[in-house]
Design a protein around this ligand. Structure first.
Ligand code: PLP
Length: 404
């Protein structure tokens, strides 16, 4: 049994996660993060101690659950620079994105709503916009990025000049890890009068986010990307009565809140707020260590994305001539890395992000996303580097007819 009352930091993680030693090295933190054991202990408490229905106003159990939710709203808001009354809990970012879009469409000035989005947005945004486009409620405007996935102010301005109602922009990319300068972009968008939805799913808890100062209309976050539980996230918006407006639009009334998930989300945000800076600089050092070991052994390896402005844990590489699925097949039981985002990797399609960046077919086919997280150790990084290099050599050898 794992003792969930332990409250140690990273060093104690091994003791609290008994399976870890026998598992592959986890380097896929963009897909999801392991739950911090301190978060798990809060979830456990909400399930077994404060298990009341937060809507039960007649007794102490309901009150205790309500208190957990109120505390979580404070913590989520504090992490992203907003106010607790603007936090609406959802089942994750995908749901929050859909609700924000529905709200923007129905409160918008015109129909169809003109929505600008970058070509590197997450599938959750692209699919929501595509569905609304098919039903005639949205007219999309695609914003191009350059070969490193960067967005130029001129291409954004060209979009805004066509008369845009809503801009969807990710704060950080889930494949190549680029961080977008939301503060500056938000100013540009404000001047045009358009509204702004920021997908901060990969950014929150890793880089500072200031929803209020940036005057963001809709901000989206998800607990499982910041060492919290899966199935809980939030839509954060200063729009008055947003929730009642949305529930009218989607014919839903408020159900029983997911108190354990929400309480865990709050605790995950609290920990990130306190520990983010220290953890992220450690993570960046581990990422750099891995990058230099791989570069030293694989001279033709390319590192993709905006190297001057990417998430600390992100290492996105291309190994020309080495099919990424052959490599992940060899590494499957040793190192957990991925060929693309969690959603596209199951679908066997080329990554829309790498296509938008104009990467050659060879670089797309040999692309790998590596995501370092706060529980990784130097020893794991060194072992992972060796395993990856050995797998690359083996794939190259088998392709040239040698047997290994
Ligand atoms: N947006 C980005 C940038 C993501 O990386 C993800 C998840 O991979 C999502 C949205 C969807 O988040 P969720 O899993 O909470 O629905």
């Amino acid at each position: 049994m794992v003792d969930l009352s332990l409250t140690g930091r990273n060093g104690e993680f091994d003791k609290m996660m008994p399976l870890r030693g026998s598992q592959p090295i986890y380097l896929d933190h963009h897909a999801t993060t392991p739950v911090d054991p301190r978060v798990a202990s809060v979830v456990m408490h909400a399930m077994t101690g404060a298990f009341g229905n937060a809507n039960s106003i007649d007794h102490a159990f309901g009150e205790a659950a309500g208190t957990l939710i109120a505390g979580a709203s404070e913590e989520v808001a504090a992490l992203v620079g907003s106010a607790p009354e603007y936090v609406y809990f959802t089942s994750g970012s995908t749901e929050a994105i859909g609700l924000a879009l529905v709200h923007a469409i129905f409160q918008g000035r015109r129909s169809p709503l003109r929505v600008a989005l970058t070509r590197v947005e997450h599938r959750a945004v692209i699919d929501a916009v595509a569905k609304a486009t098919r039903s005639g409620q949205v007219r999309p405007y695609w914003i191009d990025v350059d070969a490193r996935g960067r967005l130029s102010p001129d291409s954004l301005q060209a979009a805004l000049d066509t008369g845009i109602d809503l801009v969807c922009l990710m704060a950080a990319n889930n494949e190549v890890g680029n961080i977008y300068s939301v503060a500056e972009i938000a100013l540009q968008i404000r001047r045009s009068g358009a509204k702004m939805m920021v997908d901060a799913t990969q950014a929150a808890g890793k880089i500072p986010v200031h929803a209020r100062d940036w005057e963001i209309d809709y901000l989206v976050v998800s607990a499982h990307k910041l060492y919290g539980p899966k199935g809980v996230g939030a839509l954060i918006s200063p729009v008055r009565d947003l929730w009642s407006q949305i529930s009218d639009l989607v014919w839903a009334s408020e159900g029983t809140p997911n108190v354990p998930g929400i309480a865990g989300f709050g605790e995950a945000c609290r920990l990130r707020r306190i520990e983010m800076d220290e953890d992220e600089s450690r993570i960046a050092a581990l990422r750099d260590r891995l990058q230099s070991q791989l570069t030293a052994s694989i001279p033709d390896m390319a590192v993709n994305g905006d190297l001057s402005c990417r998430l600390s844990g992100n290492l996105h590489i291309s190994l020309p001539g080495v099919p990424n699925d052959a490599l992940t097949a060899r590494l499957r039981r040793k190192v957990a890395i991925s060929t693309g985002s969690a959603c596209t990797s199951g679908a066997h399609g080329p990554s829309h992000v790498l296509q938008a960046m104009g990467l050659s077919e060879e670089h797309q086919e040999g692309a790998l996303r590596i995501g370092v997280g706060k529980f990784n150790t130097e020893d794991e990084i060194d072992r992972a580097a060796k395993e990856i290099v050995a797998a690359v050599d083996a794939v190259k050898a088998s392709m040239s007819g040698e047997v290994r």
